[in-house]
Design a protein around this ligand. Sequence first.
Ligand code: ZN
Ligand code: ZN
Length: 364
Amino acid sequence: MKAAVLEEFGQPLVIQEVEIAAPGPNEVLLQTAAVGLCHSDLHYIEGMRKFPLPGVLGHEVSGVVAAVGAGVKDLQPGDHVVGALSVFCGTCKQCLGQRFALCMDTDVKQPPGQAKRLFRGAEPVSQVFNLSGFAEQMLVHRNALVKIRKDMPLDRAALLGCAVVTGTGAVFRNAQVAPGSSVAVVGCGGVGLAAINGAKIAGAARIIAIDNVPSKLELARKFGATDTLLASEGDVVAKVVELTQGGVEYSFECIGIAATVEQCFKMLQPGGTATIVGLFGPGVKASIEGSDFFLEKKIRGSALGSARIRDDIPRLVELYLQGRLNLDDLVSRRIRLEDINEGFAAMARSEVARSVVVFDGVGA
Ligand SMILES: [Zn+2]
Ligand SMILES: [Zn+2]
């Protein structure tokens, strides 16, 4: 099968033939239908985080079940599925506490290079994020998959597995945004737009979108932003405090840099909560004003929006089919696997919300 392989950090992906193993116990072989290009893929391509090369990235996926291994009873060939990063074991301490996104079981969540699922002749190829969606086929653990309705379009379904479950999960599961409340979202990429949309669904009255790209702020309005602020123009914190007469109840950091973490904490009203959703490089430190803790300001982390994928993804499908979750405007471009490097270049130029690689005819 064809895959886009990372041979060297900082270099373009190379489209080439890769072999994939047959499904073993608890594994499912998928025909990839669609895969979104996520900013964290770009971080890995650039070498911000490393794994044994060569390897195949891609973790925002949908597909059609082609074959199942022993012990897979909940899926059968022809089923439509979304794949997720938060593959869970179901039996560890974190899973029993319903913190599925924090499952560390290395049987289901194998470090890159450990899973022997992809090969080039005798040489193993790293499966990154336990999915490797930049390929015509995927071999994954059954607990990384969520079966979805067949009337859900697979190109938009792919986005549910990373950006959308993360952004909406931060709102619904982490912050638990209340109706009528005030929200600020810093960073309007795929995750930020999903957080804005989540805040709208949750009934927030004021949703302030903040970014340094004007076209992303325009897009944010389509997802439910009531106000937009261009980060490059003036003091963002002062503007949020002025707009809300004292600060927001909930802020969401969706970039992964220290300066915006600090802004998100500062723009809270007393008692407010900053939820940090962005993915950081190693060693990044933020500093916050200690006296703000006496104002009961809170700061919290979020792993993939604390997703409980088997609950959350089918719910998001329903919200999309009812017209309440906007996925149509999240897909800026549909591209072919061969165009993947240009897709990442467009992302680096901040031109797009999401490019999605679509494999023709799968699930049609
Ligand atoms: Zn992602
Ligand atoms: Zn677990």
